[in-house]
Ligand binder design. Structure first.
Ligand SMILES: *Cc1c(COP(=O)(O)O)cnc(C)c1O
Length: 380
């Protein structure tokens, strides 16, 4: 038996003919770099995110970096973000020459805690970069109010939140700009690396469009110092096929999460909290458990793949020694990393498999003496 954390094979089996046709169209046209499918995907993804512009780039890290650099962020500036995010968020800040300032998260939602932001603001602060972690939108109204009061930009790391809504508005449309990743395992994933900057800001869009392509929008005319960070035309063609299913997939993720919540409700676990009026799109289904390592070992032995997002906080990484600032202690980030456990979650997880995972989590807790054994008898 084997249950994967993310089952991409089944997704690709279902879409096989459409994906093959899309790739064949690109082969026939031969426009492999910045071809017509790239333009079409950019229009469709901008419309999906309810913003004016989408500029595709090579990956999510580049999208974050270019969104920052396009706003003039660099050496001497500080960017406030969540201490418990994926390393790419902080690395993008570092790449611009600015300093990542890491703030703890709300223990219920795992998102940047707005109550801790103000204390981290200095005269060098230029940007707040909330991360919609695990697929749940950050507390944007409060963050925006703080940004307005201190004249700061808000740039969303939406790499885990394709299609999520905050009080009716799409993640990606909530700040000055947002970055998406199309890494294969994301809610919208390519068959390789990919990313995008989305924004309503015309001049930022124009800058990123040139920056991703050697600082050029007219061939052999280079107006700014640029990069080579372009989404392959083949990836754009594949993403166009998958974008059509994204809302349906997110609905399935939410339904699967509701099944997990029901089946795990009585266990000694901290389950994800859904904030009313925010559409959590469950990029990951993360629980917290005192006996995390024992439960993790048990699940692996049963052929169930699990993850830890993330086991080592950014400020404990060698690459960030002296490379980030922690203005106030981050106790949740430091203690939760030993308790977090991501259970299998993707739209192609079957209810049967989900029930097996829930059953095995229960069995592991019973084995650790953390749950009464009678509860395990009635296998779901
Ligand atoms: C995946 C991810 C990124 C980086 O995306 P890549 O395409 O892998 O560069 C950035 N931030 C977060 C929160 C992510 O989950």
């Amino acid at each position: 038996m084997s249950i994967q954390l993310v089952n991409l094979q089944r997704q690709h089996e279902e879409l096989y003919d459409e994906v093959r046709d899309a790739i064949e169209r690109v082969l026939d046209r031969g426009d492999f770099i910045l071809g017509s499918e790239v333009e079409a995907f950019e229009e469709e993804f901008a419309a999906y995110c309810e913003v004016k512009h989408c500029i595709t780039v090579g990956c999510g890290l580049d999208a974050l970096t270019l969104a920052l650099k396009g706003h003039g962020i660099g050496r001497g500036d500080e960017v406030i973000t969540a201490a418990n995010t994926f390393v790419a968020t902080a690395m993008a800040i570092q790449q611009t020459g600015a300093t990542p300032v890491l703030v703890d998260h709300d223990p219920e939602t795992y998102n940047l805690d707005p109550r801790r932001i103000t204390a981290a603001i200095t005269p060098r602060t230029k940007v707040i970069m909330p991360v919609h972690l695990y697929g749940q939108p950050a507390e944007m109204d409060t963050i925006q109010a703080i940004a307005n009061e201190h004249d700061l930009l808000v740039i969303e790391d939406a790499c885990q939140a394709h299609g999520a809504r905050y009080k009716g508005s799409r993640c990606g449309s909530l700040g000055n700009a947002a970055a998406f990743s199309f890494y294969p395992g994301k809610n919208l994933g390519a068959l390789g690396d990919g990313g995008a900057v989305v924004t309503d800001d015309d001049s930022l869009a124009q800058w990123v469009r040139a920056a991703r392509n050697y600082g050029s929008t007219v061939k052999y005319r280079h107006t700014i110092r640029g990069f080579n960070s372009r989404l392959d035309t083949i990836q754009a063609a594949v993403l166009r096929v998958k974008l059509r299913s994204l809302d349906e997939w997110n609905t399935t993720r939410r339904w699967l999460a509701s099944q997990y919540l029901e089946l795990l409700e009585d266990l000694d676990l901290v389950l994800p909290t859904e904030v009313p009026d925010l559409d959590h799109v469950y990029h990951l289904f993360v629980v917290r458990c005192q006996a995390r390592d024992e439960v993790l070992q048990h699940l692996i032995q049963q052929g169930i793949q699990v993850g830890i997002h993330y086991p080592v906080p950014i400020h404990k990484q060698v690459a960030f020694e002296r490379g980030c600032v922690i203005p106030t202690p981050v106790p949740h980030t430091e203690t939760f990393c030993d308790q977090l456990l991501s259970l299998p979650m993707c739209p192609y997880l079957s209810l049967d498999d989900l029930e097996t995972v829930a059953h095995e989590v229960r069995a592991a807790l019973v084995r650790e003496g953390l749950h009464a054994p009678d509860a395990v008898a009635g296998r779901v």
